[in-house]
Design a protein around this ligand. Structure first.
Ligand code: ADP
Ligand code: MG
Length: 502
């Protein structure tokens, strides 16, 4: 193979990679637009950034104590856990997980699903908190059924519910619609906490559904509890299947709340806001657009929606790469994945041809590959895509594209972070500003946080000095610990209102 057949491939790969560059000027435009859309979302409904008030009016500082329950109804599993907060930034957690039977996802009435959930809570209490269960549930059920639970015997529970909800209070929110294969008509429009509470009450369990929790808020709370020092965390962000963030906002700025009659604690003068930033700039006024982004969106289930997320999160980066690789492969002017020239190394049933065929973990593998001759990339191409016998040039081209797509995602991720850092004015003190992150992308993609930090330094209002004050750390087990912490915050308010389960 002569040098003249190699150069065009790498040149062309570099040319495509450059389309994913997201230079400083674009970062700055992005941050400005983010701050505008933030303010808009705080003042009215139906905006690009939803900026949903969570009714959580403070973050923990690590001294919180007590035993709490948390449940998480995701798409596939139902998780029940109890969390013992030790009051020194540490905790112990016990948990169980059960797959949700398909027929319950399509049950005739919500009662079937929620009775199942309540029974899992009962089993969990019986197994892991038997003393409590025996002493209170049995006694009440068989001996003295009229007796009320004593306040101190009640478990407060945080309910992480990952479906669209219109939240109107810390433990109040109505289901807007089901997603992820669930469809139970009579649940729509009903309060999800109430549905769970009535099923729990039917079984006579000493459990109060104290809080309705979004996973980003859980991440923020969990990080705030476990992070070093007493200063509260500003922001919790998720970079996993999707991307989203929740942050602590000045209550005065949440002007759309004033229009509602909702009750919440005003003493802290703060409220956690769930940004729903996956839909930042759906109008594409500042987001970068390559032909691959455009095609991915057009062929997605929800064109025009979640436009920021479609450039940033784990669900999409593999698909952007697949489209770029396929484009390069189909380009007859270069020999990509064709060794010897004129043949192909791509198996006919390769995932390269299938929508969503490349998982974002492939990008992490390639980005991390520093081996001589890119051996790790060769192995990943063979294993994930059924592409055998690649040349070094092929692998080099793949790596250029991976790097460009991953780096753009990380630099884009800096945009909401910078917008929130600047607009909350937190960098104006000498204190460390803490950010908690969670999700496989930020955890496993090499240097993801470093690229975010590099972009933060490029923003003049942050600069090198501001970026140094920012501490970014992983928030492990966010959904369980975070839900427990929100239940704790909520229980104080609820106790004051005297709303124990009947
Ligand atoms: P969830 O979003 O459901 O809470 P995760 O945080 O694990 O779960 O994120 C899953 C997403 O992360 C998937 O889109 C998957 O493709 C992607 N992913 C999984 N492993 C890796 C990895 N090693 N590097 C980058 N992305 C990954
Ligand atoms: Mg997650």
């Amino acid at each position: 193979m002569s040098a003249s057949t190699r150069a065009p491939l790498l040149d062309e790969a570099e040319r495509i990679a450059r389309q994913f560059e997201y230079p400083t000027t674009d970062v700055l435009r992005g941050v400005k637009a983010y701050m505008d859309q933030m303010q808009e979302g705080l003042s009215k409904e139906h905006t690009s950034l939803s900026q949903i008030p969570t009714y959580v009016t403070g973050v923990p500082n690590g001294t919180e104590k007590g035993l709490y329950l948390a449940v998480d109804l995701g798409g596939t599993n139902f998780r029940v856990c109890s969390i013992d907060l030790h009051g020194d930034s540490t905790f112990t957690m016990t948990q169980s997980k059960v797959a949700i039977p398909r027929e319950l996802m399509l049950a005739k009435t919500y009662k079937d699903l929620f009775t199942f959930l309540a029974k899992q809570i009962e089993k969990f209490l019986e197994l892991h908190h038997n003393e409590h269960y025996e002493a209170h549930v049995r006694r009440r059920r068989y001996l003295d059924s009229k007796e009320e639970f004593k306040e101190e015997d009640i478990f407060d529970l945080g309910f992480t519910f990952s479906f669209p909800v219109n939240q109107v209070g810390i433990n109040k929110g109505t289901l807007i619609r089901w997603t992820k294969g669930f469809d139970i008509a009579d649940a729509v429009g009903k309060d999800v906490c109430e549905m769970l509470q009535s099923a729990i009450d039917e079984l006579g369990l000493p459990v109060r559904v104290a809080a309705l929790v979004n996973d980003t808020v859980g991440t923020l709370m969990a990080r705030s509890y476990t992070s070093p020092g007493k200063t509260g965390t500003l922001l919790g962000a998720i970079f996993g299947t999707g991307t989203n963030g929740a942050y602590v906002e000045d209550l005065k700025k949440v002007t759309k709340l004033a229009a509602t009659g909702d009750t919440y604690d005003r003493n802290t003068k703060e409220m956690v806001i769930n940004a729903e930033w996956g839909s930042f700039d759906n109008q594409l006024s500042v987001l970068p657009v390559t032909r691959f982004d455009r095609d991915l969106d057009a062929e997605s289930l929800n064109p025009g929606i979640q436009m920021f997320e479609k450039r940033v999160s784990g669900m999409f980066l593999g698909e952007i790469l697949r489209r770029a690789l396929l484009y390069l492969y189909k380009d007859s002017s270069v020999d990509f994945l064709r060794a010897p020239i004129g043949t192909t190394t791509v198996a006919p049933n390769s995932a390269l041809y299938k929508q969503w065929g490349i998982d974002t973990s492939f990008l992490s593998t390639v980005e991390a590959d520093a081996a001589d001759g890119l051996k790790g990339t060769a192995a990943a191409l063979a294993k994930d895509l059924g592409i055998e016998g690649t040349r070094y040039e092929d692998r080099h081209a793949v790596k250029s594209l991976v790097h460009a797509i991953g780096k753009r995602a990380a630099r884009l991720s800096a945009v909401p972070l910078a917008g929130i850092l600047i607009s909350t004015g937190r960098l104006q003190t000498d204190e460390t500003v803490d950010i908690g992150v969670d999700g496989s992308l930020v955890e496993f993609y090499p240097h993801f946080v470093d690229y975010i930090r590099e972009a933060l330094r490029e923003v003049p209002e942050i600069g090198a000095a501001g970026e140094k004050k920012v501490r970014i750390g992983i928030a492990k087990d966010g959904s369980g610990v975070g839900a427990a912490l929100i239940a704790l915050v909520a229980s104080n308010t609820l106790e004051a209102r005297g709303s124990a389960p009947k």
